[in-house]
Structures are given as structure tokens and as C-alpha cells.
Design a protein around this ligand. Structure first.
Ligand SMILES: Cc1ncc(COP(=O)(O)O)c(C=O)c1O
Length: 225
């Protein structure tokens, strides 16, 4: 039983310190019990603990969104806050559907994930994820989902300096899925650049492939990312 935490150590109910080698589970990266963070939480709870987000806003949410956009690549300049990664993934899948529908391409409903991928515990995230035990337990609750191959290959990737060059050809499977279903049926592809939940899997050369929209610009609207 852990009863307290400070910096990178937990303390058990028997007073033993335990190194938190995984930062909570990658969510306490700034360390436990950091005073500036604790103080900010305390101050905000004292000023306003909660306000409905329906038709309302708070200046700090806009300030954070603005700061985030300076970190995002390219011209990504919109932020949609969610309560967890699982909620964010399900929301992203829904945004993809709504985006295509709004453009008059409501046939784009198919999602493509990757084997061994993890995208959270929601129905959408579990369906596009590639974790066998989750899929075994819950079935395929979202229709129209395909998976690309994962990038783990010890023989090809072992002892690489930097990112392995092997694996770029795995991206060709996306072309095969497009040929099988037609691009007009595909809403989105979702992959983790660096997979982490079924072992830390290198992206290999996979994500360095030119984006499909660059290879086949005619298939994509001008504002498609
Ligand atoms: C790539 C990815 N997507 C989604 C999730 C789910 O996030 P959460 O646990 O906050 O629901 C995780 C969590 O590790 C993740 O690594």
C-alpha cells in the first residue's frame, strides 16, 4: 500500500520508499507532490472549482490551448480538451466522422488501427486498438475496423543505431486496404508513433513514408491533414 509520494518516491504504509520508475504510469512526469503544482491546484479550487462548459468558458482553458498550439506541428491550431486519453481517442474518431459528414462524404466511416496498438478503454479505442486480450473480452464493438501490421521485428530491429530503417514497407498495407475498401469509405487511420502498451515498439521507417495525401493528392480535399 502506498500512502504518500514525493519527488520520484512513493512511501508504503510500512515507511518504505519505492522508486516510481514509470512516473505513475507516464502521467506524473513532473514528479510527485511538486509544490508549484499543488499550489496551483489549491488556488484554482479556492477561486472556482467548476463551471459548466456548456456555452461557457474560462480564460485559463484558452490560455492553455494557445500555449499548446505553439508546441503542435504544422498549422494545427485547434485544441479539444478531454478528461483522459481514452475519451480523447473516442472523440478524435467522432471528429473524423463528423468532419467527413460535414463535407458531404458521409461514406467515410471505416477506421484503420494497428496490431498491438493501444488507444484506451472506450469502445472506439478498444476497437481500433490491437491488444488481443481486450478484443477477446469485448468483441469488435465498432463495425468497419481494419488493422495495419505492427512494427516489432527483433531480427530486423535489434541493435539499430537510432530508428531502424526497416519497416517502411509496412505502410504499403495501407495502400492494400485502400484498394480493398476504396478511399471513399475510410474515415481515419490511427497509430501511436511510439507504441507503448504491448512492449515499447519502435516506429521504424513506417512513419517516415510520404503521407498518402502527398502521394495521391487528388484523393484528398485541400484542407485534409
Ligand atoms: C496512445 C494512447 N492512447 C490512449 C491511451 C488511454 O489514455 P487514458 O489511460 O488516459 O484513458 C493511452 C494510455 O496509455 C495511450 O498510450
Amino acid at each position: 500500500m502506498f500512502v504518500s509520494a514525493k519527488g520520484m518516491y512513493y512511501t508504503t504504509d510500512e515507511g518504505q520508499e519505492v522508486l516510481d520508475g514509470v512516473s505513475g504510469m507516464w502521467c506524473v512526469n513532473a514528479g510527485h507532490g511538486r509544490e508549484p503544482i499543488t499550489e496551483a491546484i489549491r488556488a484554482q479550487a479556492g477561486q472556482m472549482d467548476y463551471a459548466t462548459a456548456f456555452q461557457m468558458g474560462h480564460p485559463l482553458a484558452f490560455e492553455l490551448a494557445t500555449r499548446l498550439t505553439t508546441l503542435l506541428p504544422g498549422d494545427l491550431d485547434h485544441v479539444f480538451f478531454a478528461n483522459s486519453g481514452s475519451e480523447a481517442v473516442d472523440t478524435a474518431l467522432k471528429i473524423a466522422l463528423a468532419y467527413h459528414r460535414a463535407r458531404g462524404e458521409g461514406t467515410r466511416t471505416r477506421f484503420i488501427g494497428r496490431e498491438r496498438g493501444y488507444h484506451g478503454v472506450g469502445f472506439g479505442g478498444t476497437a481500433v486498438g490491437g491488444i488481443v486480450n481486450n478484443r477477446k473480452q469485448f468483441g469488435n464493438m465498432l463495425g468497419g475496423v481494419d488493422h495495419l501490421p505492427h512494427t516489432h521485428n527483433l531480427e530486423k530491429n535489434a541493435f539499430s543505431r537510432g530508428q531502424p530503417t526497416w519497416g517502411a514497407e509496412l505502410a504499403d498495407d495501407l495502400e492494400k486496404l485502400v484498394a480493398l475498401h476504396d478511399a471513399s469509405t475510410i474515415a481515419a487511420v490511427i497509430v501511436e508513433p511510439m507504441a507503448g502498451s504491448t512492449g515499447v515498439l519502435s516506429p521504424t521507417g513506417w512513419l517516415s513514408r510520404p503521407a498518402a495525401r502527398d502521394l495521391h493528392p487528388a484523393r484528398y480535399p485541400a484542407d485534409f491533414r
